[in-house]
Design a protein around this ligand. Structure first.
Ligand SMILES: Cc1cc2nc3c(=O)[nH]c(=O)nc-3n(C[C@H](O)[C@H](O)[C@H](O)COP(=O)(O)O)c2cc1C
Length: 273
């Protein structure tokens, strides 16, 4: 028989038992609970984000289609968007030649991804729109009359404002010079200031304006004062948001100029489209 005293307090314990034995308000337990909560919450958020992504993509596409319908003046909220969108003919346009190409599927071509693909995009040295790179190909949308002639052209445009890149569409009449409408579907300008680009009272100012004059000089401008070219080429800058307005001026002129749609519009005017 051993004469050593038996001390039960000294009995070796596992990590879990020792942890459970700690008081509830110990630093270890508090940290454990906080970290566990963070982990579980982040797993739930990630799972929800991943599972909702396909729905978000569908909604994003639908939102873009609604914007195309709106800028073309044919949006009817009571009608199915997908069905109404069937009226539009998407075409992938090669900006440099100003001609349509069938190298890509127009229904699925991703303009934004293309701008990041070095094989089909170029870095801009002269970059008034503040976009860094430009895809050589963009998806444009044609709205045709019943006799198959072009009614309107819907051209994507984008460029930097004050805080963000504004993405939108400009709708042109079939003559390729008269503006039917302009609308942005994505930006992060300040509500009440730069975000007034979404105000219907400002958007309507674009309707009926002309891009270029009789000599085919690009004249469209978004400025505070009416320039010498005249009011038919001018849209008032947003008050209290001159910097966003300068961004819109620059991006519209970039996309309507030689780096953008000018070759396409020249082909259109020459009857080659
Ligand atoms: C918090 C904050 C947000 C602003 N957001 C915008 C904006 O989105 N777009 C813009 O052009 N100016 C914005 N401004 C104002 C600009 O700093 C600048 O004052 C304005 O563009 C000048 O326009 P004005 O010459 O018409 O007054 C913001 C200013 C502040 C303080």
């Amino acid at each position: 028989m051993s004469d050593k005293p038996q001390n039960t307090d000294q009995k070796p314990q596992g990590f879990i038992r020792r942890f459970l034995a700690l008081p509830s308000d110990s630093v270890e337990k508090t940290l454990f609970v906080a970290l566990s909560l963070c982990l579980v919450a982040s797993m739930i958020v990630s799972a929800v984000a991943v599972s909702l992504r396909p729905i978000q993509e569908v909604n994003k596409l639908k939102d873009k289609q609604i914007n195309i319908l709106q800028v073309a003046g044919v949006y009817d909220p009571s009608k199915d968007v997908l069905e109404a969108f069937q009226a539009f003919e998407p075409q992938v346009l090669e900006l440099e030649t100003g001609l349509f190409t069938d190298q890509f599927d127009a229904a699925t071509f991703d303009d934004r991804a293309a701008a990041d693909n070095p094989e089909i995009s170029i870095a801009l040295s002269d970059d008034p729109a503040g976009i860094g790179r430009k895809s050589k190909f963009v998806t444009v949308y044609l709205l045709r009359n019943e006799d198959d002639s072009i009614d309107k052209l819907i051209l994507p445009i984008h460029g930097y404002g004050l805080w963000s890149t504004l993405y939108g569409f400009i709708a042109l009449e079939a003559n390729g010079n008269d503006i039917y409408g302009l609308q942005f579907y994505s930006h992060a300008e300040t509500p009440g200031l730069g975000a007034e680009v979404d105000n219907p009272r400002w958007k309507v100012l674009w309707s009926g304006k002309k891009l270029a004059d009789a000599q085919n000089e690009l004249q469209i401008s978004v400025t505070k004062a009416v320039p010498a070219a005249g009011a038919e080429y001018h849209v008032d800058a947003l008050s209290g948001a001159t910097l966003t307005s300068v961004g819109v001026h620059n991006l519209v002129r970039f996309w309507m100029g030689e780096e953008g749609y000018a070759p396409f519009l020249a082909n259109l005017k020459a009857g080659d489209i």
